[in-house]
Design a protein around this ligand. Structure first.
Ligand SMILES: C[S@@+](CC[C@H](N)C(=O)[O-])C[C@H]1O[C@@H](n2cnc3c(N)ncnc32)[C@H](O)[C@@H]1O
Length: 367
């Protein structure tokens, strides 16, 4: 198998795309199961889920990413966990308001390598304004949505009231009578029309597998986040609607995990480069966080990479990944080598707070 990833040839990785992780590590860590003492492999992205995986007490978390900018996000977090208190960490990341992010940034960077320091110092202005978790391209899209489009549909009071804790019946009533208005539906239909999505840079083909229109898909997922699960406990929805976190935080950002993660930072084994490069080393792992990277691969490449992963997986290791729009599951030719853990998938899908994904997959390597 080529150690160079197919996508490497296609996209530019110089800028931060995801300044925080938009995948729920509460479901990821449960899906990986018991991993104490083992070797885990994680796609880095912004680094939060590799950090969250340290709570499973593995011997190491091998963290890979094609993008140096994404690796720099993890290095900043390592500095922040090492040098800052938990409240300071939340301020720097943007979960809490702050007037001193420049100072926190330079403290977090003090022990990092020159490249990481230069990369983040160049972003100081944006960090100051949006928090280090708000400076990616993805967060910028959410900011445009929140600043320019959302106010046309909902007032501040309605947006605040989304996060008042309620039981399911009351959430349904709030959604039906206050949130799911004519203007809201109009906004979704325009913003998520195939036409606008294509123009905004997301390949229209991404929606080919989605049942009904993209807007209908998004509406179903928002219903899940607003009614089936409690928005009061959803940090992702809070950031999208308010640009910061409320009481709920992503796994790795919570107070109760701060000291444990800090004490295990030396178990991170950071390898800038592709997952395919890890696979080609011949090392074995006991669990994989694969983000939603398979969606970016053609079916043929996906099958090839999946086979490589199976060869690099210890018996019982779980492959955990999401699909946003494109359906990806074990390729038929390899299905006999894994067991689909459907009961785990179904239980965790119902809890997944990062609501935009259409599927969550847990496949276990047969013993
Ligand atoms: C697939 S994207 C998805 C991001 C995600 N939904 C989130 O919330 O952060 C995650 C990361 O995977 C990286 N990536 C994609 N394909 C990869 C590969 N074959 N090997 C290593 N990293 C890869 C990208 O550079 C990106 O930083």
């Amino acid at each position: 198998m080529a150690a160079r990833a197919e996508i490497e040839a296609k996209a530019s990785f110089e800028r931060i795309r995801y300044a925080q992780l938009w995948e729920d590590a509460d479901v990821l860590t449960q899906a990986l199961g018991a991993c104490a003492g083992g070797t885990l492999v994680s796609i880095c992205s912004a680094g939060d889920n590799a950090l969250a995986m340290l709570t499973l007490d593995p011997a190491r978390v091998v963290t890979v990413d094609l993008s140096p900018a994404q690796i720099a996000c993890l290095r900043l977090r390592i500095g922040a966990f090492s040098e800052l208190t938990h409240p300071e960490f939340l301020e720097l990341m943007g979960a809490r308001p702050s007037t001193r992010r420049g100072m926190l940034l330079s403290r977090a960077l003090a022990g990092q390598d020159a490249e990481t320091r230069a990369f983040w110092t160049a972003l100081e202005h944006d960090v100051d304004r949006h928090g280090a978790g708000g400076v990616g391209k993805f967060e910028r899209y959410f900011r445009i949505f929140r600043k320019w489009l959302l106010p046309l549909v909902h007032g501040r009071r309605t947006l605040d009231e989304v996060f008042v804790p309620r039981d399911r019946a009351a959430r349904q009533a709030f959604y039906d009578h206050r949130f799911d208005s004519f203007r809201w539906r109009l906004l979704l239909n325009v913003f998520f029309s195939r036409f606008v999505m294509g123009r905004m840079g997301r390949d229209k083909a991404f929606f080919d597998h989605v049942e009904g229109s993209p807007a209908a898909h998004v509406a179903r997922r928002i219903h899940h986040a607003a009614v089936e699960t409690d928005p009061a406990g959803n940090p992702y929805l809070h950031w999208i609607l308010h640009g910061t976190h409320g009481t709920a935080l992503p796994t790795a950002w919570r107070r109760e995990h701060f000291d444990v993660i800090r004490s295990r930072l030396d178990r991170l084994d950071i390898r800038p480069g592709s997952l395919e490069a890890f696979v080609s080393t011949g090392e074995r792992a006991d669990g994989f966080n694969l983000s939603d990277i398979f969606e970016y691969m053609s079916p043929a490449v996906f099958a090839q990479v999946y086979e490589g992963l199976l060869d690099a997986a210890a018996p019982g290791a779980r492959l955990v990944y999401w699909n946003m729009m494109v359906p990806r599951r074990v390729p038929p030719g390899l299905a006999a080598r894994v067991i689909r853990r459907r009961e785990i998938e179904d239980r965790l899908k119902a809890q997944d707070k990062a609501f935009f994904y259409s599927d969550f997959v847990v496949e276990e390597v047969a013993g």
